[in-house]
Write a protein that binds this ligand. Structure first.
Ligand SMILES: [Fe+2]
Ligand SMILES: [Fe+2]
Length: 403
């Protein structure tokens, strides 16, 4: 009997309790490569079954990487050195740069944080959930708070991952650059948290699927897996998500916050592309490259299929007639959320191509899940933060150096 049929015959109360576990099993059994399963499996158990990210503080994740010292201080990577110089010059203070006196009313229809048509309320109504106009506004605010909460949790992961990679990476210029990223990520944690805490007054728990990725890369001893997970997958997708929210929001403080963060993030993803292109081309075997290629594909699918605001579903609809499957349908057909996915993957796929993780072998898999349309896009090392913002604003891109 397939899972859907089983779910249909279960009483509502039982169904809502077992559904998440069946989904988690589905995720885990979908991974074919045994090495990828060994890397993602334990993190999946901790994230999806034990829900470690939701069991209160602290969550402790053991690290096992080695710090790489070099007493000769080589100038070994000019592109990373250049990024280091740019990063030093581009530092900003979240307390001073942003106007925190801005009054934010998430329910003000004149200044919507996200647009009216962001959610597919018709589909929700088809499934028997009819919200009043006030409830719809509150629901949209919650979706925004959920999204910003996941950004914040991702930033905490980025802060620690950047610190770990700064120790573990073998490129000396990369270490200097990495230190600036640690400061950048601290600033991002600061501003996203302050916005959620003082303007939206709400913080959602970490999404289980995001937790799986953070757990997997924090506990992996290989620096390039941390890099691939954080700089390319999480940050690459986040950069797309920040860009979409920047484009659609009418709320000036959030817009300015995102504009500043996007500038920093474009440097981070650029660094990821630069370091991994070098490493994957010159320092690992073909077998190791294939493992990374499969890992990236599985994580991309995890984010595409599972990063679906279940925490909002649980708060609003768990125990009602709306099943998780129907919720997925609502999310997948919501114009705003569709746009998010589109921009996120249009940023990610070209970076995977650029670092050598989209060989002929894996392309049919990306094709099967509809992601090959993004293959020809610009990778992060070929587009600056300025250009990215200009594109989002619908302006001509300035003629400038990269990131
Ligand atoms: Fe960040
Ligand atoms: Fe970052």
């Amino acid at each position: 009997m397939n899972t859907d049929k089983l779910m249909d015959i279960l009483p509502e109360k039982v169904r809502s309790r077992v559904e998440p576990y069946f989904e988690a099993l589905e995720v885990m059994t979908a991974v074919k490569d045994p090495k990828v399963a060994a890397s993602l499996g334990p993190a999946s158990v901790r994230g999806l079954f034990l829900q470690r990210g939701k069991q209160g503080v602290p969550t402790k994740i053991p690290a096992s990487h080695e710090a790489y010292f070099d007493w000769t201080y080589p100038s070994d990577q000019p592109e990373m050195l250049d990024l280091y110089r740019r990063a030093k010059a581009a530092q900003w203070d979240g307390e001073e740069r942003l106007d925190w006196s801005t009054s934010v009313d998430p329910h003000d229809p004149e200044v919507p944080i996200i647009p009216e048509n962001f959610i597919n309320f018709e589909k929700l109504a088809d499934y028997g959930i009819k919200l009043t106009p006030q409830e719809k506004t509150r629901f949209r605010t919650d979706i925004t708070a959920w999204q910003l909460s996941q950004f914040l949790h991702g930033e905490q992961g980025a802060l620690f991952a950047a610190a770990q990679v700064t120790e573990a990476v073998q490129f000396f210029d990369g270490k200097l650059y990495g230190a600036t990223q640690v400061v950048d990520e601290a600033r991002h944690v600061e501003v996203f948290h302050r916005y959620l805490d003082t303007k939206l007054n709400k913080l959602y728990q970490v999404n289980d699927n995001l937790f799986v990725i953070i757990d997997a890369l924090m506990s992996d001893s290989r620096w390039d897996m941390k890099f691939l997970g954080m700089q390319i997958m999480v940050e690459g997708l986040a950069l797309g998500a920040f860009g979409t929210l920047y484009k659609i929001t009418k709320e000036p403080l959030l817009k300015e916050l995102l504009r500043n963060v996007i500038h920093d993030e474009s440097r981070h993803v650029h660094y990821g592309v630069c370091a991994l292109r070098e490493h994957f081309n010159h320092h690992i075997t073909e077998r190791e490259r294939r493992e990374r290629e499969d890992w990236a594909f599985e994580v991309a699918i995890l984010m595409r299929n599972r990063f679906l605001a279940y925490e909002v579903y649980e708060e609003w609809f768990e125990g009602t007639m709306l099943t998780r499957k129907q919720w997925r349908d609502v999310v997948n057909t919501s114009p705003g959320l569709e746009e998010f996915r589109h921009v996120m993957f249009s940023r990610l796929v070209p970076n995977l191509r650029e670092i050598g993780l989209m060989s002929e072998r894996i392309i049919p898999h990306y094709d099967r899940v509809g992601l090959m349309k993004y293959f020809g896009g610009k990778s992060a090392d070929a587009i600056s933060g300025e250009e990215m913002i200009a594109e989002l604003d619908g302006r001509d891109a300035p003629v400038s150096a990269v990131a």
